[in-house]
Design a protein around this ligand. Sequence first.
Ligand code: AMP
Length: 438
Amino acid sequence: MTDFTSLGLAEPILRAISDEGYTTPTPIQAKVIPSMMDGSDILGIAQTGTGKTAAFVLPILHALCGDPMPAKHRTCKALILAPTRELAAQIGDNIRAYGKHSRPSVAVIVGGAKIPPQIKALAKGVDIVVATPGRLLDHVASKNLRLDTTTKVVLDEADQMFDLGFMPQIKRIMGYLPKKRQTMLLSATMPKQVRALAQVFLHNPIEVTVTPNSKPIDRIDQKVVMLKTADKRAALVDYLATPDMERAIVFTRTKRGADKVCKHLEMYGFASAAIHGNKSQNQRVRSLDAFRKGKVNVLVATDIAARGIDVDDVSHVVNFELPNVAEAYVHRVGRTARAGKSGQAIALCDGAERGLLRDIERLIKRKIDVVDRPADSGLKVVPEEERQVLQQPEPAQRKPRRRKPVGKRNEGGGKNSSGRPPQRNRRNRKPSAKAKAA
Ligand code: AMP
């Protein structure tokens, strides 16, 4: 079996990989790293969870190790494009981890974040820019960044870029890049528009398709509960109160729905946060960070968080509402059972969603077991003053109320401010049916 040393990666990179605890390259890494080091273009069909980020980051870092000249002002040597701000931030984090000994300069350039620090970061010139397409083009238009010397380009999650309508921006960005460059396009699926893009922008690409040995979906214990819409919130509370629930992502179809579900869970003492497109970048970063660090253990999300986001140990995924597009189900449930672990996914399906359920079952080529509603957990509404409300309003709307800093409040399983265990574990209380249905 290949190991990282035999791939010929530079020593500081090997040390960082070893610090991360990686011993063997994943299949996509074993295929992509040597081809990228040879300078080939790559067309990769791979989902998140396969180790694809390291597959493109490590050879870029390796190339940077052999090119000690700093990037010229307002240029970057490598560009990685991602569809969402969260994915871009996560790739930035991975680059910092894998580059901790080789120390490349990295700028994460995403919409919703303040522009002046981005201009400052780009002014000096950077080794790697990780960006979402819109904000990157703003900087190019304002001449804060030139792309004519960028010779390594990665388009990550190209199919999602297409779904989100980024193709015109991608094509414009490609037009600013030099003809002589190395390009890698990664996509979880290969719709014809993405393949057409690859034909135009990649030169004799090596095609790599990775089907994980055990597709993540096979390791997920998937269930569906048939119930009335009005019963969903109570069922959700009961489901999340099960003892093996460590960290859950609850998916809703709409942004308002996500906020409402989040509020409802807070009422029952769950430390939860919502993440969706209407939240400011600051809020999105804060929520994801709180979830990652275990300060909140339930993240309520729209599909923006379904792709690419890699948070360890998500034990449960709840489809509070079924997605309109069946593929989104696969991405949602793929948030659990990562890195070889198992996970549970439950879908709460009302009468109007049966057609969507059938679409999903057709896509995944199997029936999802129907189970009864989770047993009554006995949780009831927690008095307001005892709730762990971590969804602080934006500064402009913030009430002048003294609060303990987030770090001092309950951190996933510890004691809360009243010295009691978190409310979600207090199962001895009698439920209030009226409140649960609220
Ligand atoms: P990705 O597909 O890039 O989102 O990566 C999925 C997960 O696999 C991340 O948590 C990585 O830290 C982890 N990972 C990546 N490469 C390896 C490796 N060679 N060995 C073990 N874990 C890895």
